[in-house]
Design a protein around this ligand. Structure first.
Ligand SMILES: O=C(O)/C=C(\CC(=O)C(=O)O)C(=O)O
Length: 311
């Protein structure tokens, strides 16, 4: 793969570009596996980054994303709108339209979005909206606006993806449990994995899923959550061991409500950029049987994003 650029934009200082030579995973993905969390960035020259963005990434186009899909052995993608594009969903929608039906998407919308715009996104393959509560990524949006958006998109059968840090779950609990749709939590609600897996913070997250059958979780992003590593680099097939008990716990307790994604092109990593092939090799450590792997990688994402193909 060629070296990433950013068009006329200047990347955020210290920005880490995605890894250009991913290895081929040793773990053989099941047929029809879905990378259910990834992004496209620009290219900035074609799809400019949003004025309100909190970071400027390197470009990461649909072509590069789909080349990675094929290299790793995934069949499909779910492309999630990244905050560097704000509520301008053109780059993400363009990726869906050029996927030959192999990608679905999650958008970011404002209250001003029209029904015609929602319908056009639906026709392109969008199936959800993302509400982001990570303060370094977005400005505050009033909860009544988000609730109004959730009620409107429910009419298209869409779901809501939520991204937040574990310490904020108590404060956000009432809002989340009032949402009328399926809810998908990004990266297990970003637990602090230096705390015990059966400690109060992660227990609250498990309780959230236990009490609310409409809540799903992505068991993704060990490279963001890990404190001890080792990093998925230099052939390391036992990476991020401190994240394993957390992700395995969620996979085993809620096998029909979990999703997995690469998070390519890995925005805002500060420490290292993982080899995506080795990230795939993390999967059998958290979904330890062929049955769990089939649910995590095929059955669950297909049920949520391509329900019309379900028998
Ligand atoms: O890609 C992710 O899931 C995580 C992100 C970036 C992000 O969500 C965004 O920019 O929209 C992060 O923690 O910086």
């Amino acid at each position: 793969m060629s070296k990433p650029t950013s068009g006329d934009f200047t990347k955020t200082t210290g920005w880490m570009d995605w890894y250009t030579g991913p290895s081929r995973p040793a773990f053989q993905l099941p047929a029809g596996a879905v990378d259910a969390h990834c992004h496209v960035f620009g290219p900035g020259a074609e799809f400019p980054y949003a004025p309100e963005r909190k970071y400027t990434p390197c470009d990461a186009s649909k072509h590069e994303l789909y080349a990675l899909r094929d290299h790793l052995g995934f069949a499909r993608n779910v492309v999630v709108q990244a905050t560097c594009h704000g509520a301008d969903n053109r780059a993400m929608v363009d990726a869906l339209v050029h996927s030959g039906g192999k990608a679905r998407g999650v958008a970011t919308v404002r209250r001003s979005v029209t029904d015609d715009e929602i319908q056009a996104m639906h026709d392109a393959g969008v199936r959800g909206v993302r509400f982001n509560f990570v303060k370094r990524l977005v400005d505050f949006t009033p909860k009544d606006e988000l609730l109004e958006i959730a009620s409107r998109i429910a009419r298209w059968g869409w779901h809501v993806v939520i991204y937040f840090e574990a310490v904020d779950l108590p404060e956000l609990w009432d809002f989340f449990t009032a949402l009328p749709t399926t809810i998908v939590v990004d990266h297990m609600g970003r637990p602090d994995v230096s705390q015990p897996v059966d400690g109060p913070e992660f227990e609250l997250f498990l309780k959230f899923m236990r009490q609310h059958p409409n809540v799903w979780s992505k068991v993704s992003c060990p490279e963001r959550l890990s404190v001890t590593g080792p990093k998925a680099l230099d052939g390391e097939r036992h990476a991020y061991v401190d994240v394993i008990p957390f992700a395995r716990r969620v996979v085993e307790e809620f096998p029909d409500r979990v999703l997995w994604g690469t998070d390519w092109p890995h925005p805002n990593l500060k420490d290292h950029m993982p080899d995506d092939g080795l990230l795939v090799d993390f999967i059998p450590h958290i979904a330890t049987t062929p049955e769990l792997q089939q649910q995590l990688l095929v059955d669950n994402p297909m049920r949520l994003y391509w329900p019309e193909e379900q028998r």
